[in-house]
Design a protein around this ligand. Structure first.
Ligand code: UT7
Length: 334
């Protein structure tokens, strides 16, 4: 056996995040569409969100800056990485990937680099995959990013989506560690493509499902049936959390932080109540950033990490669900 084939663990060495400076409040939105601060706060928990300045910001710049901060926190350089994975559905171009540009900008060439499209599950899919690849002995140091510039694909006249989304990136640097007890203890990733019509971004007329043909749709903009996604998310969140806790032998007391995709505060609260989880274990920052899709879990992780709330030895959980439809969980020990 070579040293890379020996059983190993995975250490999260550093985290980082990036949000644009520009703040869009509910009050600002109420001047753009027929809505109100009261409705948005009650139905979603969101008070404001960050929006890219398209002249100088986007998924690439946020991904680059989030990963640069994670590398700083890890006391590592881009050249230490041998793989970069970016979870996003708002990459500037289909080719090159965001990850390859991030690698070049951070001096990580010739690290392997690719994007994955798993919508709101982008960060959890990417970090689960990174753990698996490191444990398989193929990679030693991986930069993982979840990033989304949803403002670039939002129909600002559609109050069903424009009030919900925001822009952000979250990142982590993972390294191979000789202690096999640390890293991802349990993970799931799943998808049900038969329900894709609940949330999609059409490129061509032919992509638009029959049921939506009567409504005005701008190609390239995100289209969502909020009610359908809401129902799916409440049930799937509970199911995925129950499975993760059971499989990892944890309960509401022994588990640490539960970092869940910030979809809608009502979705998070519904699952929390059904699972009888204490409120202080379910982190919420949707009030400040809105739903940032693949950006949200990495952004929460970075805020908790920097606040010293991820306790060594006490496993924490990351969980997400969204377009595809997709879902994912990971139980981690640091
Ligand atoms: O991140 C993963 C993917 N996405 C999600 O997880 C999102 C899941 N879905 C949601 O969060 C919610 O469905 C929304 C926030 C998008 C919408 O909330 P809702 O409680 O499901 O509202 P609704 O669509 O059932 O609409 C309720 C009422 C309707 O009026 P009537 O028919 O009862 O008179 C809507 O026309 O609220 C109206 N409405 C609004 N009113 C003010 C819908 N959007 C707005 C709005 N402002 N922005």
């Amino acid at each position: 056996m070579t040293s890379s084939q020996l059983p190993c663990g995975v250490r999260i060495r550093g985290t980082g995040s990036c949000v644009p400076e520009r703040v869009l409040t509910n009050h600002d939105l109420s001047k753009m569409v027929d809505t109100s601060d009261e409705w948005i706060v009650q139905r979603t928990g969101i008070r404001e969100r960050r929006i890219c300045d398209p002249a100088r910001e986007g998924t690439f710049t946020m991904s680059r800056d989030a990963l640069a901060r994670a590398l700083d926190a890890a006391k590592m350089k881009g050249s230490d990485l041998d793989l970069i994975i970016v979870g996003t559905v708002t990459g500037e171009m289909a080719c090159p990937s965001v990850a390859t540009r991030v690698g070049a900008a951070l001096g990580a060439v010739p690290a392997a680099a690719f994007d994955i499209a798993a919508a709101c599950c982008g960060f959890v899919y990417a970090i689960n995959l990174a753990d698996t690849l490191i444990r398989a002995g193929r990679f030693r140091a991986v930069g993982v990013v979840g990033a989304e510039a949803l403002s670039t694909i939002t129909d600002w006249a559609d109050r069903g989506t424009s009030i919900l989304f925001g822009d952000a990136a979250g990142a982590a640097v993972l390294v191979r560690d000789p202690d096999p007890r640390i890293g991802c203890l349990y993970q799931t990733m799943g998808a049900d493509g038969s329900a894709w019509e609940s949330l999609y971004i059409p490129r061509h007329e032919r992509d638009i499902p029959e049921k939506d043909r009567a409504n005005p749709i701008t190609l390239g903009n995100l289209r969502m049936n909020g009610k359908e996604v809401f129902r799916f998310a409440v049930n799937k969140f509970r199911e995925v959390m129950e499975d993760a806790l059971t499989q990892a032998g944890l309960d509401s007391q022994s588990v640490g932080q539960i970092i869940c995709h910030q979809s809608n505060v009502r979705i998070i609260e519904a699952a929390r109540e059904r699972l009888a989880l204490p409120p202080e274990k379910l982190y919420i920052n949707i009030d400040k950033y809105g739903n940032t899709s693949a950006g949200s879990v990495g952004l929460c992780l970075d805020e908790l990490w920097r606040a010293g709330k991820i306790e060594p030895e006490r496993p924490f959980v990351m969980v997400a669900f969204g377009g595809g439809l997709t879902w994912a969980s990971g139980v981690w020990r640091v």
